[in-house]
Ligand binder design. Structure first.
Ligand code: IPM
Ligand code: MN
Length: 371
């Protein structure tokens, strides 16, 4: 049988991006070999370093080129010597927007043996997924200054959503929830809910009490889609209250769907509850196009080159990439090896892991080589 080859674009990016992506590629190579496929990787040097040297950010031709790949694996984008916004908007957001990666999939799982700052919460309690809309909202960049630099200045940044943007994200959330609980209902269901045939729950996070245009639209669309999924319970939580419940009662959540800006904020909070930024993976998904996988953390420039950063978030993003390619057995095996190594690590925090960045990758390779 001919070996399957997937074309993957690698963007290590800035700061500690290259270090965590190096470990990610290391374990991906080993697990793909075991499962008789290979990743044909092409590396790209987009990021602050190249921008400072050449002035090149990311062009429409670059975007066209990325469409030839089956997925993108990215470390982090941002540089202390570049004004905030240039690289974020010019590279990261351009990739998300132009490749129409309209879902930012952010699973929140507390792995066994990982310390959470929330007292008395266990891996059973923290196990949900945030579906963050990834193309609209305050992120569209629509806005203006009036009378800039004067005492009469007004700055405007618009929150924009179309029906279609909301519809495809909310639909994705319900479908995700349905798929996840096809064979095993969500553990948070009460016995009476289970006996009624429910399999999971989708919670919408918004701010309907203040943002009466945008979240009015979201709520109507949410209701419309919910009607198509009679086996899924629905819930609504304002974004401010969300910050209470994610700490006090994370077991309340199964699948959360929310807007781009709120999703950005609540997933940093979520990452802390799962042990820190060193753990949280993500996928920018275009179900019919090119998707991109990256750790939620940034570039942590102060730790560059020290081999102290936790690569787990990047490695878990790699497992999501495999899953997305349809290599589910390989993804599961990588997850399993990762969970075993996590149990050997002292902490998920920078410099406290009891291992270096490369030792974490090596330990996962060793696990993968065992069976
Ligand atoms: C994230 C990041 C980005 C975002 C920044 C770097 C533009 O914070 O992926 O969460 O706001 O989406
Ligand atoms: Mn963020």
């Amino acid at each position: 049988m001919k070996e399957k080859i997937y074309k993957i674009a690698i963007i290590p990016g800035d700061g500690i991006g290259p270090e965590v992506i190096r470990e990610g590629c290391k374990v991906l190579d080993v697990v793909s070999k075991k499962h008789s496929f290979s990743l044909a990787k092409t590396e790209f040097d987009f990021g602050g370093g190249r921008y400072l040297k050449t002035g090149h950010i990311l062009s429409d031709d670059d975007i066209k080129n990325f469409k030839k790949f089956q997925a993108i694996y990215l470390g982090g984008i941002g540089h202390p010597e570049v004004k905030p916004g240039i690289l974020e908007r010019g590279i990261l957001l351009k990739l998300r927007f132009d490749l129409d990666q309209y879902i930012n999939l952010r699973p929140v799982r507390l792995y066994e043996n990982v310390e959470t700052p929330i007292k008395n919460k266990t891996p059973q309690d923290i196990d949900y997924t945030v579906i963050r809309e990834n193309t609209g909202d305050l992120y569209t960049g629509v806005g203006e200054f009036k009378n800039k630099g004067s005492k009469e200045e007004v700055a405007i940044q618009s929150m924009i959503y179309s029906y279609k943007q909301v519809e495809r994200s909310v639909r994705y959330a319900f479908e995700y929830c349905q798929n996840r609980h096809q064979s095993e209902p969500w553990r948070g269901l009460s016995s009476s809910e289970k006996s009624k045939g429910y399999i999971g729950k989708v919670t919408m996070c918004g701010k309907t009490n203040v943002l009466t245009y945008v979240f009015d639209l979201w709520q109507r669309v949410f209701q419309e889609i919910a009607n198509e999924f009679p086996k899924i319970l629905t819930d609504y939580v304002h974004v401010d209250a969300m910050c209470i419940y994610m700490i006090e009662a994370p077991e309340r959540f199964d699948t959360i769907v929310t807007s781009n800006m709120f999703g950005d904020i609540i997933t940093d909070l979520a990452a802390v509850t799962q042990g820190g930024m060193g753990v949280a993976p993500s996928g920018n998904i275009n179900p019919k196009g090119v998707s991109m996988f990256e750790p939620v953390h940034g570039t942590a420039p102060q730790f560059t080159g020290q081999n102290v950063i936790n690569p787990i978030a990047a490695i878990a993003s790699g497992a999501m990439l495999l899953n997305h390619l349809g290599e589910k057995a390989a993804a599961q095996e990588l997850e399993k090896a990762m969970r075993t190594v996590i149990k050997q690590m002292k902490s998920m925090q920078v410099g406290k892991m009891g291992m270096t960045t490369s030792q974490v990758g090596d330990a996962i390779v060793e696990q993968l080589s065992k069976n």
